[in-house]
Ligand binder design. Structure first.
Ligand SMILES: C[S@@+](CC[C@H](N)C(=O)[O-])C[C@H]1O[C@@H](n2cnc3c(N)ncnc32)[C@H](O)[C@@H]1O
Length: 295
């Protein structure tokens, strides 16, 4: 699947072994509650003929989400446009029922009416929406489900639980700092938002009456300033561009903003300053159900 619209990713954004290993070690783990909630959605559609035969994970990256669901399906296919991601996924997810394919066009490489679940783990916004949804309609079995997973907004706290910043709060400085980073990296408007609002316009425009959001899980992760900067350096295509002037380098600007926020909360803001980030996980669910009597 190659997105050809404004949202499509520059393929190089996710290339390079150092990027993949950095992304892998700093990327959040998908919580088991999310896995269970998605499986529950499938279960509810068993009367349509949905089973757990085939899962297609689109934009699978290094296979983090693929791995979480791998044991639940007879067959699993992960597809991605990044060669480095696919190579890494093949190394780290070795279940015999799982295969990974490098893709380069708009077609999902599975047969029509063959797939019980399609997942996108923070990858839906890179895809060409109408083409992708038409492909999902083609490949899903009746009652089959498309689950587009995303996380955020997030809350920063000190290790002893004191609030530092909240992405959702009105006029949140943290939100501003995160948005500035994306803008400075040249990311388009759609993907600047980190929460469900990123998909809000698409969600609103969908005619499918089954569309809904699952807001299922929260998860904490400890970061240091350095770890957060490492993570930021592998998103938003930061590494694919050159920033000759240090004061215009998005990471330096981001660091200043983060340090300012941490200091405001009484932390010192050095590279090894630790803080907690709590993320919310959500999934946009769309089911393939045709109204009775309509082809
Ligand atoms: C943010 S990463 C998410 C990786 C993984 N799903 C996870 O949960 O960690 C987004 C992935 O989408 C892939 N991607 C971007 N555009 C794509 C497209 N048009 N078709 C397939 N994969 C794409 C990128 O190469 C990248 O690996």
């Amino acid at each position: 699947m190659l997105g050809n619209n404004d949202n499509s990713v520059n393929r190089k954004d996710f290339e390079g072994q150092d990027l993949v290993s950095n992304y892998e070690s700093n990327q959040l783990e998908w919580p088991d509650e999310m896995r269970q909630a998605i499986l529950e959605c499938l279960k509810q559609n068993e009367s349509y003929g949905v089973r757990r035969r085939l899962l297609l994970d689109v934009g699978c990256g290094a296979g983090k989400l693929t791995k979480v669901l791998a044991d639940d399906f007879d067959h699993v296919i992960g597809v991605d446009v990044s060669k480095s991601m696919i190579e890494n996924a093949r190394k780290t997810v070795t279940n015999s029922n799982v295969k990974f394919e490098l893709v380069s066009d708009d077609l999902l490489p599975v047969e029509s009416c063959s797939t019980d679940l399609v997942t996108c783990g923070i990858s839906f916004h890179y895809l060409n929406t109408p083409v992708f949804l038409a492909e999902c309609d083609r490949i899903l079995v009746d009652g089959g489900i498309l689950a587009c997973l995303v996380y955020g907004p997030n809350i920063l706290t000190s290790l002893d639980g004191r609030p530092i910043a909240n992405y959702s709060a009105d006029s949140s400085r943290w939100k501003q700092v995160l948005r500035e980073f994306h803008i400075n990296c040249g990311v388009n408007e759609t993907v600047r938002e980190i929460h469900v609002s990123r998909y809000a316009a698409i969600f609103k425009s969908l005619a499918n009456p089954t569309k809904r959001w699952l807001h299922v899980a929260k998860s904490d992760r400890k970061y240091t300033v350095k770890k957060m900067l490492d993570y930021m350096s592998v998103i938003a295509g930061y590494r694919t561009k050159k920033y000759p002037e240090p004061d215009k380098d998005p990471i330096n600007i981001f660091r200043q903003g983060l340090v300012e926020i941490l200091r405001h909360a009484g932390l010192d803001g050095n590279d090894d300053t630790e803080f907690m980030v709590t993320f919310e996980f959500s999934a946009m669910i769309i089911e393939k159900k045709k109204p009775f009597g309509i082809a």
